[in-house]
Design a protein around this ligand. Structure first.
Ligand code: OAD
Length: 241
């Protein structure tokens, strides 16, 4: 592990981009997707997280998302989220790119955030396409309805759906211009998000990975830090921050 070198790179960087995954929220009590206790170990994505599943049984899909919203509502940001919010204050050019659908980065104080996979707290109308923020837990009625009468869906990206274009464009721009690209708490198996560190490296960034274990991208990272986000990310803040 080379925390001191990673800290120096970040301190000297003009532009930093960060990609986070479910691992950063694990210490807040939220389950990850893969690995022990992961959501995809206990639930079948094709029954809950595809447009076909929603068309087939919107009630079942909504019950699952309503349950996830209730679990998320009880969680608090952890030291890893807070450290990234601190980075944003200090680095000239900064973007936090998250695959997470929770709002823990924002609740920790991050403002320069793009959500590649949407948000559990935003709903989108299947009929008029209107979007709304909604923090009601539990939702009533279920499935929820838009003012136009149409059924609302969670504004998250399901398997087989494209990523929100504006979010992906911002993420790519950040990858092109980053001096340091930090990847924290993701298995790096879901594309196109997992391509971002590779894009950044091709454009000259140094890549730092923070994860409990070896992942698909560990071999290409310039520094890999093994351990918990909540313990390692605060240590990456340069001392004079
Ligand atoms: P995964 O569940 O695939 O991976 C979580 C990663 O976090 C693993 O590599 C763990 O080793 C690591 N990890 C767990 N706890 C950690 C901790 N405290 N500190 C550091 N690392 C830790 O989750 P994602 O990579 O986010 O997509 O999954 C990517 C996408 O797959 C999700 O956004 C979701 C899912 O299907 C959609 O919903 C579209």
């Amino acid at each position: 592990m080379n925390i001191a070198e990673a800290r120096t790179w970040i301190a000297q960087a003009r532009s930093v981009a960060v990609l986070t995954g479910a691992g950063i929220s694990a210490e807040s009590g939220l389950p990850t997707f893969r690995g022990p206790g992961g959501l995809w170990r206990n639930f079948r994505p094709e029954e809950l997280a595809t447009p076909e599943a929603f068309r087939r049984d919107p009630q079942l899909v909504w019950e699952w998302y309503d349950w996830r919203r209730s679990v998320h509502a009880k969680c608090e940001p952890n030291a890893g989220h807070r450290a990234l919010a601190e980075f944003e204050q200090r680095v000239q050019e900064f973007l936090l790119i998250t695959q997470n659908v929770d709002s823990l980065h924002e609740r920790a104080g991050s403002r320069r955030v793009v959500h590649l996979h949407g948000s559990l707290w935003r709903l989108r109308c299947m009929v008029c396409g209107g979007e709304e923020e909604n923090t009601q837990v539990p939702l009533d009625p279920l499935p929820p309805r838009c003012a136009c009468g149409g059924m609302l869906r969670p504004d998250v990206v399901w398997f087989g759906e494209p990523l929100p274009q504006a979010a992906m464009e911002r993420a790519l721009q950040a990858a092109y211009s980053a001096d340091v690209f930090l990847v924290a708490g993701t298995s790096s198996v879901v594309y196109p998000a997992a391509a971002l560190p590779h894009v950044a490296k091709q454009h000259g960034a140094r890549v730092i990975e923070v994860n409990l274990e070896t992942t698909e991208m560990s071999a290409m990272a310039d520094i890999t830090l093994r351990g918990k986000c909540g313990e390692l990310l605060p240590q990456l803040l340069p001392a004079d921050f």
